[in-house]
Write a protein that binds this ligand. Structure first.
Ligand code: BT5
Length: 326
């Protein structure tokens, strides 16, 4: 843990009472002057920290900005997801950054956020609109021991994690649209992009990208997304605490990833089926050049969607663009 993270951690533990400079100095093993210098730096980053001779340092408010150390202190002992967190002001795509880290041999669990992406992307190189400072644009490096086809399980886990995190922090119920969208009242608030490098029979590494619209107002979305996209702020009617939501997403993902690694994907799938608005509905799915049409029945153990076609056959679909038919 860095010094800044340790200071924020200590201040969070005593929100009302405050922590004296002497106590911080003893706890962290650095001088009171060094503590003071770090407090000044945190203030420069937008943290409102009160200092008084009586009560010591008190954390009054945190900025609406992502800060790696701050996020680290909010996580309860991450085993994998969020062991290391980087925040960039701007990047092309967080998936690109994590892909490079993966090739450099970094351990799984590293997370990269960017306040803005110049080339955020969705599936099939579609554009992902990533307004600066308004959303959560992040990617996680994972090295699951799965066959390449099992990567869909990770997308499924990301969706259930997002649903729980949004419920916990924002208090909103969301619906999952197979395979990679999270919606509120039929409009998209989050998308998931799972990219992988694999051998024939095993995944080498996987980059899990998630984009969550948090604090956009209607005018922040370009015309082509009107009616299709929405933000948590627009739906909840209040600004979203992005750092709190970011930490919750990582915690929930840690839970679902460990369920997958422990052979308990069925638990994730059961939860997903509950939250999914695609199941039980007539659907048309574009899979490359092919169209599969029928009723979405269930997930299979790999995370693929089972569709009952009009001929009565059960088709197994691993990915594609779903339109739910009326
Ligand atoms: C997705 O693709 O939904 C996956 C989006 C993943 C974005 C994250 S952000 C962090 C990481 N780094 C990246 O570069 N990407 C990931 P897809 O299902 O193909 O949907 C793309 C479509 O969603 C676009 O064609 C638009 O119609 C729509 N769209 C674009 N930006 C949006 C936004 N901000 N909110 C809602 N919909 C959007």
């Amino acid at each position: 843990m860095t010094t800044d993270a340790a200071i924020l951690n200590a201040l969070r533990q005593f929100p009302g009472a405050g922590v004296s400079g002497a106590a911080l100095s003893a706890q962290l093993g650095i001088s009171r002057a060094a503590i003071w210098a770090r407090i000044e730096e945190l203030r420069r980053l937008g943290y409102e920290i009160d200092a008084s001779p009586h009560s010591g340092y008190r954390l009054i408010a945190v900025p609406d900005a992502l800060h790696g150390d701050d996020l680290l202190t909010r996580l309860r002992q991450p085993r994998v997801v969020g062991r290391e967190i980087h925040v960039f002001r701007e990047t092309t795509s967080t998936n690109d950054v994590v892909e490079r880290m993966a090739r450099d041999g970094l351990a799984e669990g590293v997370v990269v956020f960017a306040e803005s992406q110049t080339r955020g992307r969705g599936r099939l190189s579609r554009r992902w609109v990533s307004s600066a400072g308004k959303g959560l644009w992040l990617s996680v490096l994972l090295r699951p021991r799965l066959q390449p086809l099992g990567a869909t399980r990770i997308t499924i886990a990301a969706a259930t994690s997002l649903v729980r995190a949004v419920r916990r922090v924002v208090g909103l119920e969301t619906e999952i649209k197979w395979p990679n969208d999270v919606l509120v009242r039929g409009r998209k608030i989050a998308g998931i992009l799972t990219e992988l490098a694999a051998e024939v029979d095993s995944i080498k590494h996987l980059v899990l990208g998630m984009g969550v619209n948090a604090n956009q107002s209607a005018s922040d979305f370009p015309a082509e997304l009107k009616g299709l996209a929405t933000s948590l702020r627009l739906e909840a009617g209040a600004a979203v605490d992005r750092p709190a939501l970011a930490a919750a997403i990582l915690e929930e993902l840690e839970l679902d990833y460990s369920r997958i690694c422990d052979g308990r994907f069925d638990e994730v799938a059961a939860e997903w089926e509950q939250g999914c608005s695609t199941l039980g509905r007539p659907v048309r799915i574009q899979v490359g050049d092919r169209i599969v049409q029928g009723r979405a029945e269930a997930l299979d153990p790999e995370g693929a969607l089972l569709v009952r076609t009009h001929h009565g056959n059960l088709e197994r679909v691993l990915g594609g663009d779903v339109t739910v038919l009326k």
